[in-house]
Structures are given as structure tokens and as C-alpha cells.
Design a protein around this ligand. Structure first.
Ligand code: WTA
Length: 704
């Protein structure tokens, strides 16, 4: 419906007017060596070539048996890719490189303390370690094909070793971000039905050797409460032979991996030839309910997709030194630290600690020392490094050819610092938009062939055909200046297969809204709804505005408002809770909690602290709220729904939007007065929001 007709325009569609940014063109030196420099590649991935175009990605792998059907759409939206094909992901990432590169570093691991030496792990050594650990899993833990194994591991080489060992056996790994709490880990153990937990005694974070094993005990207890008993806890040690945790080892349940491995020295395990459709791993993410979603990724489709996108979008050549500065406990790390780069046989750098330890020059020292030439990180890291060390990159002699940003919208201003200062004006940047559910990139520029535009991810990547729909499924045209729900019209090999154990939710969340005909087996009737608001410029480039569902993106981590609220409700005094995002200079967004107390309870600092602690305990430090506001009541609709958008507006000193549908309008001014008054007193008034941020706040909670 055209604007100006007096029709109700939904918030996701509100017109956005901001300045178009200028193009940046890739340096000639980059183009001369790029994997994808010939524009005929666009022909090969034209929509008419779908789905066969993805054969090009699958052919980058070694298959034990070739597939007979590229895409099977008989049971939508449970797409099957490369049906009939068989392969092993570990074989593709490790064994196949031995003939040519056994002595080359697969990983270079940089411990956080600078006094500790960097460790290079060659493909040969990785092969040995993966085989031995696979033998241990098979013979000692008795895991079988299709079983799940949960990991709660930090950024240490033992994490990819554990992942690849599972992949070798056809066991489904499920890594929980090391920074998440024991309780959150326990939930995920229970949801996936894992009987094995692989963890570590400790690791370094900001100069401190953290006791991590303690979380395993909480995780096992939390899983037991939900009816799942963990038989074995395998504990890697940061320093083999020395135990860095105070938590006791439970006899018969907890085992030191370095001790067990002595029995498996030199043991080799045949890689199990798996159907392309077999699940490779689960990666949990937050959604609109408190129950996390275990995104199930396939073996053949996933590996083909991350290998292909690593080749063309990361421009990885075997001789590159590639550093993705992200956590493997996040989908980015699975796809673009482990599976993609290793499948291409490159050297992947892993860093244990925080970017600014011991000072904000650390990443650039690592880059200089190791000769890193491809660098990949998130806006939150870039913002932090800029804030604490704006001139640091100039002091180090490294040269990147290629840089990536991922995980959140990047402000054009931050983008330019990344380009000019970190990249020294020599590197091409790809802003890659995608999600845990997607396996690999959805929106980006092809680095040698499409110019960059700060703040926009670019068009859909090869073989991905995005569209923006309004609430009525009308297409919002490129260049209209209107925002809507970004969807992908077609399936692709990296798309997750289902939500573990919740196939109905899979269909409901991602497909129901825009599916034309539930009986149809034509993929064209099943667009995938990403859950992001977006706007498309006349040149076809997308700007991602942020989540339209109740998810808050803190430093690239997706936190569900429901999870935050349920955690707050574990505090006895709390009657109601609502979580909202607040703009944060470094983390992009931070969490603020609004809570209402049970009758008869008086507000106190103590209750605020209890809420913050409960959230840290249930989810993890990353989720700790910036503020907890105790309010007399929540702004609610007549049907009793909390209007999060209103309090989000207050927290951000932004427009609260239309409040006429509220049952208790008078509360809005009360809350504003209290919250903004406090914020002014604490010097927490945010800078003025950009139009993009304003859109994000307005759209927040829109899916309610
Ligand atoms: C957001 C991370 C803008 C988006 C790979 C998405 C982005 C969510 C970008 C997924 C980007 C990711 N520009 N926003 N380049 N990349 N997002 O599942 O809201 O941790 O839906 O996957 O992050 O986060 P997730």
C-alpha cells in the first residue's frame, strides 16, 4: 500500500532517510590475486542455474560417493542437499591435506599471556591428535554415530581437535560458548541429550587464569534437573599434568584427557563415510522463547557452503595466514575458523584471550609477528580497539589484503577507521551478514568484483536471492527507502536442517509467515524469513537494521529477551521483568532490565544487584545488564502485553512511538522521569541515535 493514504504503516516499514555512503573500490593488487576476479562467476550463479550452481562449491570437497540429487524439495522446508553423496568432514579438513602439506601449520595458537610461546600445530600433528581423541571417544566413552557430545571449551586448540574427532566418527558436536554459565550449558546438554561433556580446567581471560571446570559441575547438575544424566566429563588441562581448577574431580565421572590419551598414542581411526544429510553439529542460539534453539547443520551441504564462501568471499589461498578473531563458540568460529579455512588447507590463527590484553596493540603485534594477511572480526572488537588504541595499528608493520566484519551492523564511521587505520587503506573489506541458522554468508560484496559501501553488507552472495517483504508480503522495491523483513527466496546448502527436537518451531519461526502454500513442494513458495529488518538501496545493496524479534545483539551474541526475563524472575521479589537493548559505544547494544516487584516488596539496590547476578548465573557475564530499573508497573497494552518498545525508547532517550494503545499511559512519564533522571545524574546520556539505530529501536519487539 502506498504511503500517505492514511493506511497504518507498520513499524518495520517506516521510511528511512539517511545519507548514501560513497563507494570504495578494491585495490588493484587485491584484484590481481583474487580467487574470484572474473565476472562470469555471476553468470554461473544466476537464478536460472539454481540449484546446480552449488555443484561448484561441493566439487571443492572430496566425496566418497557422488550425489545423485542436488536438491530434494519433496518435504519442504526440510530441504536435502547433495542426496546420495557420502563424505567425511574431518577427512576433508585434515587427511586430504597430508599428501601436500603435512608439515604446514593448520593452526597457530596464540596464548593470552605474552610470556607463553605461540604454538604451531601442523596438519600432521592435528591428524595425530584428532585420531587419538576420536579413539578415546569411541573406545572409552563408547559414543556412536549420531550421538551428541556437548563441549564447553574456550579458545584453545583442544576445541577444534574435539570437533574434528566427533566429525571423524559421525558424532554430532554441540559447542557451548565458553563464556556462558554452567546453567546455560546444562540446558543445552539436556536439550541435545548429550551424555558426554568435554570441558577444560581453566583458561586465560584478561590476565586471569579462570576456573572453568567449576562450571561443568553446575552444568551437569542443571542437566540432571532436566532429566539428562551426563556419564562422563572429559577435562582437558590448560597445562597437561597440572590441574588449574579448585573444583574436585568426581570419581568415575570426571577424567583428565591428557591421562586417558596415553592409552591411545598413535591409534588411528578410519573416518566414517557419512551421508551428506547427516548432522555435523548443533549450534544453539536464542529466540523468542526461553528455550534455546539447537540449529542442526548438515555435513555435505554445510561443508560445501563454508568451503565455497571461504574461497570466494574470504579469498583464502593455501599460502595465506588467516586470522578470524572470533570465538569458536559462535557460528563464525565454526564456519570461518575451523571448517572453511581447514577445508581449503590454509593456516588458521587462534587467539585465546581478549583483544586489549595487555594493551590495545596486542592484535597488531600478533598480526605483525605471524604475517597475518587476512583479518576477520566483529564491530564490537573494532570499536573497542579504536576506543582504547586509535593509533596502535600505525605502530606495527603488518599488511592485510583482506578484512571482514561480521555479526552486527557497523557504523560507517567505525568502518572507515577499520579501512583507513587497521587496513592502512590497502585491504579490501567484506561486511558479511548472516546468522547461526545459515551456516555461511548471505549478504556481502564479492571482494574483487563489487565495490564496498560503508554500513551496507552488499547484495546477496552468489546463489542467494534475497527479497524484502512488508507485512502483507508485498515486495518492497530497492531504492524505495522503505524497510521491511528480509527473506531469502531460495534454499542453499548451508541452511540449517531443523531446530533440534523442535521441527514445528523450525517451520513456524522461519517459514510460516511468508509461505504461500503449505502443500507446495516448489521451493519458490517457501521464502526463509531471517528475522532482521533491512532496507535495500537502488544499487541492490542491503543495510541490515537489526532484529525484528525479541533478540538483543550484545557484542555479536544473540540474547533472547525471554531468557533474560526468566532469569530475572528467579529472584523471589520480582513479579515482572522486561529486557530492552540500549545503545552502547563498544558492545553495540547492552541489556537493560526493567522489573516490577511483588506486592509489599520495597525497591532496593540489593534487589537490583540480585537481578544482575541471576542473569549472570543463568546465562553468563556477557548478558549482565547495564542497569536494572525497578518500576511501579510496566507499560502494557489492554491485552496485558508489555510494550518493550516504549521502555526501549526511554532507555535510549528516543521517541517512544505511539502510546495510545496502552492501558496505563500515565506510567510512561513516570518511568521516563525516573530512568532518564538517573541516567543524566550518572552521565549515561547516549549520543544522538543514527537513523539506523532509531529504526532498530522502533522495530524492537515488533514480532510480539
Ligand atoms: C546480526 C552471526 C548487520 C543480524 C554470524 C543477524 C548483522 C544476527 C551482520 C545473527 C552484519 C550479523 N550486519 N547485522 N554484517 N551479521 N548480523 O546468529 O541481526 O550470532 O540476524 O550470527 O546478527 O547473529 P548470529
Amino acid at each position: 500500500m502506498a504511503e500517505g493514504q492514511g493506511a497504518q504503516v507498520s513499524e518495520a516499514q517506516i521510511a528511512v532517510h539517511w545519507r548514501e555512503e560513497e563507494y570504495y573500490h578494491p585495490p588493484a593488487r587485491f584484484i590481481a590475486q583474487a580467487n574470484a576476479a572474473d565476472p562470469t562467476i555471476f553468470e554461473r550463479f544466476r537464478e536460472e542455474q539454481f540449484p546446480e550452481c552449488f555443484k561448484e562449491y561441493a566439487d571443492l570437497l572430496v566425496w566418497d560417493a557422488y550425489w545423485h540429487t542436488t536438491l530434494d524439495t519433496s518435504n519442504p522446508p526440510f530441504w536435502k542437499w547433495f542426496v546420495g553423496g557420502r563424505l567425511n568432514a574431518c577427512y576433508n579438513c585434515v587427511d586430504r591435506h597430508l599428501a601436500t602439506s603435512r608439515n604446514k601449520a593448520a593452526f597457530i595458537w596464540v596464548p593470552e599471556p605474552e610470556s607463553e610461546d605461540t604454538k604451531a600445530i601442523t596438519y600432521q600433528e592435528l591428524y595425530s591428535r584428532v585420531n587419538e581423541f576420536a579413539a578415546l571417544l569411541r573406545d572409552f566413552c563408547r559414543v556412536e554415530i549420531g550421538d551428541r557430545a556437548t563441549f564447553h571449551l574456550p579458545m584453545v586448540p583442544e576445541l577444534p581437535v574435539s570437533m574434528l574427532a566427533c566429525a571423524r566418527l559421525g558424532v554430532v558436536h554441540s559447542e557451548v560458548f565458553g563464556g556462558f554459565s554452567g546453567a546455560a550449558c546444562g540446558d543445552r546438554i539436556a536439550d541435545s541429550g548429550s551424555r558426554i561433556l568435554v570441558t577444560m580446567d581453566g583458561y586465560y581471560r584478561n590476565g586471569e587464569l579462570i576456573d572453568h571446570k567449576a562450571k561443568a559441575d553446575e552444568a551437569v547438575a542443571a542437566a540432571r534437573e532436566r532429566g539428562v544424566v551426563v556419564d562422563k566429563v572429559l577435562v582437558w588441562r590448560r597445562y597437561p599434568g597440572q590441574y588449574a581448577s579448585k573444583s574436585p574431580m568426581i570419581d568415575g565421572r570426571d577424567f583428565f584427557v591428557d591421562e586417558l590419551l596415553k592409552d591411545y598414542r598413535g591409534t588411528l581411526v578410519e573416518p566414517v563415510s557419512m551421508p551428506a544429510e547427516a548432522p555435523l553439529f548443533l549450534m544453539y542460539t536464542s529466540g523468542t522463547t526461553a528455550r534455546p534453539k539447537g540449529c542442526q547443520h548438515s555435513t555435505g551441504g554445510y561443508l560445501a557452503y563454508v568451503t565455497g564462501t571461504s574461497q570466494y568471499y574470504q579469498d583464502i589461498h593455501p599460502e595465506d595466514t588467516y586470522w578470524c578473531f572470533a570465538d569458536i563458540g559462535w557460528i563464525t568460529g565454526h564456519s570461518y575458523i575451523v571448517y572453511g579455512p581447514l577445508s581449503l588447507g590454509t593456516t588458521s590463527v587462534m587467539y585465546e584471550g581478549v583483544p586489549t590484553y595487555p594493551d590495545p596493540g596486542r592484535p597488531w603485534r600478533i598480526a605483525e609477528r605471524l604475517g597475518v594477511n587476512i583479518f576477520h572480526t566483529a564491530p564490537t572488537t573494532i570499536r573497542m580497539l579504536r576506543k582504547l588504541g586509535p593509533d596502535e595499528p600505525n605502530k606495527y608493520n603488518y599488511h592485510f589484503k583482506h578484512m571482514t566484519t561480521v555479526g552486527e551492523p557497523i557504523e560507517p564511521d567505525v568502518w572507515r577507521w577499520y579501512y583507513d587505520v587497521v587496513g592502512k587503506g590497502e585491504a579490501v573489506i567484506v561486511d558479511t551478514w548472516w546468522q547461526t541458522e545459515n551456516g555461511g554468508f548471505l549478504g556481502s560484496t564479492l571482494p574483487a568484483l563489487q565495490p564496498m559501501k560503508p554500513g551496507s553488507c552488499g547484495p546477496g552472495v552468489l546463489g542467494i536471492y534475497p527479497v524484502i517483504y512488508d507485512e502483507e508480503r508485498n515486495v518492497i522495491e530497492a531504492g524505495s527507502g522503505r524497510a521491511g523483513n528480509i527473506c531469502i527466496r531460495n534454499p542453499w546448502p548451508g541452511i540449517f536442517q531443523t531446530i533440534w527436537g523442535q521441527p514445528e518451531r523450525f517451520v513456524q519461526i522461519y517459514y510460516e509467515r511468508y509461505c504461500q502454500d503449505e502443500k507446495s513442494t516448489d521451493w519458490r513458495d517457501w521464502p526463509y524469513m531471517a528475522g532482521d529488518g533491512a532496507v535495500q538501496a537502488a544499487d541492490g545493496y542491503f543495510r541490515i537494521l537489526g532484529r525484528i524479534d525479541d533478540v538483543i545483539n550484545v557484542s555479536g551474541h544473540r540474547l533472547g529477551t525471554k531468557e533474560l526475563e526468566s532469569a530475572s524472575l528467579t529472584v523471589e521479589e520480582i513479579a515482572e521483568a522486561a529486557a530492552v537493548p540500549v545503545m552502547d559505544e563498544v558492545r553495540g547494544r547492552a541489556v537493560e532490565m526493567y522489573v516490577a516487584l511483588k506486592p509489599g516488596v520495597s525497591p532496593s539496590k540489593d534487589i537490583e544487584a540480585k537481578v544482575a547476578e541471576a542473569i549472570e548465573h543463568e546465562i553468563g557475564k556477557i548478558a549482565r545488564p547495564k542497569n536494572v530499573w525497578i518500576v511501579p508497573d510496566m507499560p502494557k497494552t489492554r491485552s496485558g502485553k508489555i510494550m518493550r518498545r516504549v521502555i526501549a525508547g526511554i532507555s535510549n532517550f528516543a521517541d517512544v512511538g505511539d502510546v495510545t494503545t496502552l492501558a496505563n499511559v500515565e506510567i510512561v512519564d513516570d518511568i521516563r522521569h525516573h530512568v532518564q533522571g538517573e541516567k543524566v545524574a550518572r552521565g549515561e546520556v547516549p549520543r544522538e541515535l543514527s537513523p539506523q539505530e532509531m529504526e532498530d529501536i522502533k522495530a524492537f519487539g515488533h514480532a510480539e
